[in-house]
Design a protein around this ligand. Structure first.
Ligand SMILES: [Zn+2]
Length: 249
């Protein structure tokens, strides 16, 4: 594992530094997947993942702020490119209590359907999940072309450890959110999965990635593009969040 390259002493120091951080429990960071030139997956009717993730995220922000009084910070509030590490940096700089990344799924198979919620693991649960993580991680092509310097490499290792500390809470949050998606959307429940999503690795708080439905499936694309379905997704994520907070850390 990469972590060993920084040595045990540095690892302990980092763990201590993370433990000393007292997150402002009232800030939730919502991450609308993709944006700008990086469109994400595209549906056959021309709908783009980046637009749907933004629409759902804006609805979710409004709900959380209105109903819970939490402050919500978006990683983007319009159609712009945001590098992966900027997304997690926004969470960490704001000392976020939770990080929720919103996506719409894409598959070669037109029939693939349903919703699923991920939390971070360096190992993907199955081949299909590995493929999805690869697609999401590499959708920012410019990003993947940046040569990591030694410093960047070290940062990535530290940030991997940052998310490792929250895996238990992240999986619990994923469970509640997926449960509500299943109850509200009437789509296939694909369950909770673990995958090495880059956008989650650097986040120093419980973090999940929601794939609301398949934009590559024509039926689900039309749902995803509709205001009613977007509202349902936002409502489901919100309810999952409430249940997570109610049952404690
Ligand atoms: Zn995506």
């Amino acid at each position: 594992m990469k972590i060993f390259r920084i040595g045990a002493a540095a690892g302990l120091l980092l763990a201590a530094a993370l433990a000393a951080q007292t997150p402002a429990e009232r800030i939730v960071v919502i991450d609308p997947g993709h944006g700008g030139l990086e469109t994400g997956a595209k549906g056959r009717f021309g709908n783009l993942e980046k637009d749907i993730t933004l629409a759902i995220s804006l609805k979710l922000k409004a709900l959380i702020e209105k109903e819970m009084g939490f402050e919500v910070v978006l990683t983007r509030d319009r159609d712009v490119d945001v590098p992966m590490e900027t997304r997690s940096a926004i969470a960490n700089n704001n000392k976020a209590a939770l990080f929720i990344s919103i996506h719409a799924n894409g598959a070669v198979q037109k029939k693939a359907a349903g919703s699923e919620t991920f939390f971070l693991s360096l190992n993907a649960t199955d081949e299909e999940t590995r493929r999805l993580a690869y697609l999401e991680n590499n959708s920012t092509e410019l990003q993947s072309r940046i040569d990591p310097s030694t410093d960047n490499d070290l940062m990535m290792i530290l940030w991997d450890m940052a998310q490792n500390a929250y895996i238990k809470q992240s999986s619990r949050l994923a469970e509640f959110v997926q449960g509500e998606l299943d109850a509200m959307l009437g789509t296939r429940n694909r369950g909770i999965k673990q995958a090495p999503f880059k956008v989650l690795t650097g986040v120093a708080c419980p973090a999940i990635l929601v794939e609301a439905a398949f934009i590559s499936n024509p039926d689900e694309e039309q749902k995803l593009a509709s205001d009613a379905f977007q509202t349902k997704v936002a409502e489901a994520v919100y309810r999952g969040l409430v249940r997570y907070l109610r049952t404690g850390e």
